[in-house]
Design a protein around this ligand. Structure first.
Ligand code: GDP
Ligand code: MG
Length: 442
């Protein structure tokens, strides 16, 4: 942090009725009084009507609502001012230039307001990520998950674990310090180990939700697979409600993967149509089949489609690659009942829509099992999972570490992993790292 006062437009680009310009730092109060020609700062956290002027030229810029958020009760933890101006380009540009002309004020860099909030201890890293996710959220379940993370849903869990780890670290330290007093070490060691075991169980359970959290954040992939001409593209178009993929009587029409993004009961789902699985006629189709197979492997849900009028297409569908949950779809039911081979399959017609509602409902239900509904506090990024796994493996080593000194060291490693997760690394650890770079005697 360079100590400058920063400013930026906080609302999105383009013209809107209102645009918001934020200022944060020591000069925020001066910026507010100078642009508004206030004789003193207005009352905190209230909107005030003000005539904004460029203090250098005296020219009127806008009639706006302004607010004053004194430190530390602001988003960044610093003094902040907010200008809610009319959203036209000339107004916003005028306000930004007026701010740029003030001493010690400069435009903010990307993410700098939130970075300051983090550095001032207003947010931990998981909450910072939650805010980024909330801004990107496309569906209701994503919003739920992001909002809970942004408001400290994960931070509070990790903070509690940090406390528990510090406590058990203290138990092991006590065992080391009092090793000549017969009964203190045994009792302290036992208590320390007991706490570690409880915490390890809790972390393991928490990690079980990680895949769900990541899937909800990233979106789920549903891949349509099957022989050529069974109606895969027609199925995709039904899901999409439009002609996203070309449907034709000619086998081998779909050669690339065609994707459609959907909001399925609040869950972000991408449905992918693929080339029909067969030994291909030409090189382009062969590449299409290769891509289809690759998508089958990475899918979260597979729709295995076959054609009721061509029983031989069932085995092609069932032979599709991948291990994700599969729903078997018997298409073209409008052409006759056809043989019902499997108990658990969806008889549909992508032409008339028969059976499609039930299929979509089931896909949504499967997706909800895989991604949750955003209401649990679970890890949402690979970064979280890696840090938690390394914390857990340190805890798992405590029992077998033998000497209390080594046990205490494993607990410190576990604390460090949690610290990386929340961005809260102990001062002592930071100092260790700094001084490790010095040569002895310096
Ligand atoms: N009668 C009937 N024809 C269908 C149905 N679904 C697809 N078709 C037809 O089957 C042919 C192949 O469809 P398409 O979606 O391109 O199959 P894909 O090769 O698996 O993608 C086209 O002529 C479609 O109009 C259906 O449910 N009923
Ligand atoms: Mg197709």
């Amino acid at each position: 942090m360079d100590g400058a006062t920063i400013f930026a437009r906080a609302s999105g680009p383009g013209t809107g009725a209102v645009a918001i310009v934020r200022v944060s730092g020591l000069e925020a109060g001066a910026a507010l009084t100078s642009l508004c020609a206030f004789s003193s700062l207005p009352s905190a956290r209230r909107l005030n009507l003000a005539l904004l002027r460029d203090s250098a030229t005296g020219e009127r810029l806008d009639q706006a609502l302004v607010a004053w958020f004194p430190a530390p009760h602001s988003y960044t933890g610093e003094d902040m001012a907010e200008f809610q101006v009319h959203g036209g380009r000339a107004v916003v540009d005028g306000v930004l230039s007026a701010l740029a002309a003030l001493p010690d004020c400069r435009p903010a860099e990307a993410g700098e307001f939130t970075r300051r909030a983090f550095l001032n201890g207003r947010l931990d890293l998981t909450a910072v990520e939650g805010i980024a996710d909330l801004i990107d959220a496309q569906t209701a379940a994503q919003r739920r998950q992001a909002l809970s993370q942004a408001s400290g849903g994960l931070a509070s869990i990790y903070e509690r674990w940090r406390g528990a780890l510090l406590d058990s670290a203290a138990q092991f330290e006590a065992a080391i310090d009092f090793s000549d007093e017969a009964d203190v070490p045994a009792a302290a060691l036992e208590e320390g180990s007991r706490r570690i075991a409880v915490l390890a169980r809790e972390i393991r359970q928490h990690l079980e939700g990680a895949r769900r959290g990541e899937r909800l954040r990233d979106g789920l992939m549903v891949t349509i697979l099957g022989a050529p001409n069974v109606g895969k593209s027609s199925l995709l178009n039904w899901f999409a409600g439009r002609d996203a993929a070309i449907v034709a009587e000619t086998a081998g029409t779909t050669r690339d993967v065609v994707e459609v993004q959907m909001d399925l009961d609040g869950l972000p789902v991408t449905i992918a149509d693929t080339a029909g699985l067969r030994s291909a006629g030409d090189a382009v189709e062969a590449e299409g089949v290769r891509r289809a197979t690759a998508r089958a492997v990475t899918a979260d849900i597979r729709l295995l489609v076959w054609d009721a009028t061509r029983p031989e297409t069932l085995s092609v569908a069932l032979a599709a690659s991948g291990s994700a949950p599969a729903l078997v779809v018997r298409n073209k039911c409008d052409l006759g009942p056809g043989p019902s081979v499997l108990d658990d399959e969806f008889a549909v017609s992508a032409r008339t829509g028969t059976g499609m509602a039930a299929l979509i409902e089931r896909v949504a239900a499967e997706a909800a099992v895989l991604a949750g509904d955003g209401s649990e506090s679970v890890p949402t990024r690979l970064r979280h999972r890696i840090a938690l796994e390394s914390c857990l493996s340190a805890l798992d080593r405590v029992e077998g570490a033998g000497l209390p000194e080594l046990q205490a060291e494993e607990v410190r490693l576990a604390l460090h992993s949690l610290g990386r997760l929340t961005g809260r690394v102990d001062v002592e650890e930071v100092l260790d790292r700094i001084f490790a770079g010095f040569c002895i005697g310096k």
